[in-house]
Design a protein around this ligand. Structure first.
Ligand SMILES: *Cc1c(COP(=O)(O)O)cnc(C)c1O
Length: 474
């Protein structure tokens, strides 16, 4: 990190947060839970499935504490690490761990009630959160469906689009147009709109619905003016292909679903905002609902409150999740326009046909409200800008390494792409030995740290990733 970048970063506001007394510090005290970690890992092995991992895969690390931007971890060999969190627990823990305001929001709600069914009942936390979401969301979005995870909100969005088409007299429209390289979740309908090659289609042939796919839109990078720019002729070519594909399949399409501007789990890839404007136009021409999956990108991560703002385009339906509760509890939401809701209300079924047991869980809603208020009061724009500058300086040295193909970033996201698959256990361990928690996939080592990360945290993340790549891949 250059001196000037350090100076800018240090001057950035919003970083110092007072975390609770008794929070784990860098000092290595030996507490009982930490000492017990190796046997904890042994009990886990063969018993618990972890995400996309075999039961007998590499040992996980035991978490013995988490506070602010730090994780206390212990390996199965007993070694303990105090690590700067580079992952925000998969985009979600934007304010860091054990945030006093979020802790208090959960505590206060448990003193009222922790859960009640949402069928026939309502409560302050749900209404308050829905009001906030409508206030924040792009203009035509004015109705809210609370779901219990991102994947479920995508399921509901796809159902909604099919119900909408039937309601407006086009019952044959049940398929979707999606992007290669996209990721929308792990349930069946969500899987069907994930990338058909890198996704899970091959594991469930015949069960995953057939959808139509467009190539990834042309890659875009941030220029010095902070604009996201792509090659204009590539954009023109992509738009022509979009128009042609949409026209060819319009009679069977209910909607278009994309992650706006930044594809996350499908490859950490940012693309030209103009493509969203073209998607809006084409959706309108053919009567398709435009669904933006902002589950990863929402709430400031890309440097805009919602990534759709990069293009100034509003969708008909938007899904949010992940950072919604500041990483405290599982919750997602779908928002839709008044026009879409009116069509459903006038239809045979009248309702959106979904209703999970834990819909609008009050604890989750209460902490989501607190997290959204914190975003505002902590000035997320400055925080994200600070993270963007810090990461861009701290990851720059990686660009010169032999095994590195590309270094890029957008908002509070930084990506180091190798020219080969990452040796995940080796990189994870090497980064931990440099005090950083990362979770790479495929050829990507990426970071989306908490917005409250300090200049030192960001420098440590860059140094840790660079050192780990140097040691493992050269
Ligand atoms: C994580 C993610 C999902 C799925 O959310 P879950 O809460 O894991 O079900 C869907 N879409 C995008 C873009 C995501 O990043």
């Amino acid at each position: 990190m250059s001196e000037t970048a350090l100076a800018t970063a240090a001057a950035a506001p919003g970083s110092p947060v007072e975390f609770p007394a008794g929070a784990p510090s860098a000092a290595r005290t030996l507490d009982k839970s930490a000492a017990a970690a190796p046997s904890l890992i042994a009990r886990d092995r063969g018993l618990l499935w972890h995400p996309y991992a075999p039961l007998d895969g590499p040992d996980p690390y035991a978490v013995t504490g988490a506070s602010g931007t730090r994780l206390q971890l212990q390996a199965s060999d007993g070694e303990r690490f105090e690590a700067v969190d580079a992952m925000s627990s998969w985009w979600s823990a934007i304010h860091g761990y054990r945030h006093p305001v979020l802790d208090e929001a959960v505590r206060r709600q448990t003193e009222q009630f922790s859960h009640v069914m949402f069928g026939g009942l309502t409560h302050e936390p749900a209404v308050r959160l829905a009001e906030q979401l409508v206030e924040l969301a792009p203009d035509p979005l004015e109705h809210v469906f609370l779901a219990d995870s991102g994947s479920v909100s995508v399921e509901v969005a796809l159902k909604l689009a099919v119900q909408y088409q039937a309601a407006v007299g086009r019952p044959g429209r049940q398929r979707f147009l999606a992007l290669r390289g996209g990721y929308h979740g792990d349930t069946f309908a969500a899987m069907s709109v994930c990338d058909p090659v890198d996704g899970m289609h091959a594991a469930f042939p015949g069960l995953v619905a057939q959808q139509h796919f467009l190539p990834r839109p042309p890659a875009a990078r941030l220029n010095n003016d902070g604009e996201l720019v792509a090659d204009a002729s590539e954009v023109t070519g992509w738009i022509a292909e979009l128009e042609e594909t949409a026209a060819r399949h319009a009679r069977e399409l209910a909607g278009i679903i994309v992650e706006p501007v930044l594809q996350g789990a499908g490859g950490m890839y940012s693309y030209a905002p103009e493509c969203l404007q073209a998607l809006r136009r084409v959706a309108d021409e053919h009567g398709l609902l435009l669904i933006f999956d902002e589950i990863a990108t929402g709430f400031g991560r890309t440097g805009r409150l919602f990534a759709s703002e990069w293009a100034g385009v509003a969708p008909d339906v938007m899904c949010v999740g992940k950072a919604l509760t500041g990483g405290y509890l599982t919750l997602a939401a779908l928002l839709c326009s008044g026009e879409v809701a009116a069509a459903i209300t006038a239809s045979e079924f009248r309702a959106l046909l979904h209703g999970p047991t834990f819909m609008a869980n009050p604890l989750a809603c209460a902490v989501a409200t607190a997290s959204l208020e914190l975003l505002d009061s902590a000035d997320w724009r400055k925080q994200v800008q600070h993270v963007q500058q810090g990461l861009s300086a701290a990851l720059a040295p990686a660009a010169d390494m032999d095994s590195v193909r590309d270094v890029r970033g957008l908002g509070a996201v930084g990506v180091v792409q190798l020219d080969r698959p990452v040796d995940i256990p080796a990189i994870t361990r090497a980064a931990l030995e440099h005090g950083v928690w990362v979770r790479p996939f495929r050829d990507l080592i990426y970071t989306m740290p908490p917005y409250v990360s300090s200049a030192e945290d960001l420098a440590a993340i860059g140094a840790g990733i660079t050192a780990a790549v140097a040691r493992v891949h050269g």
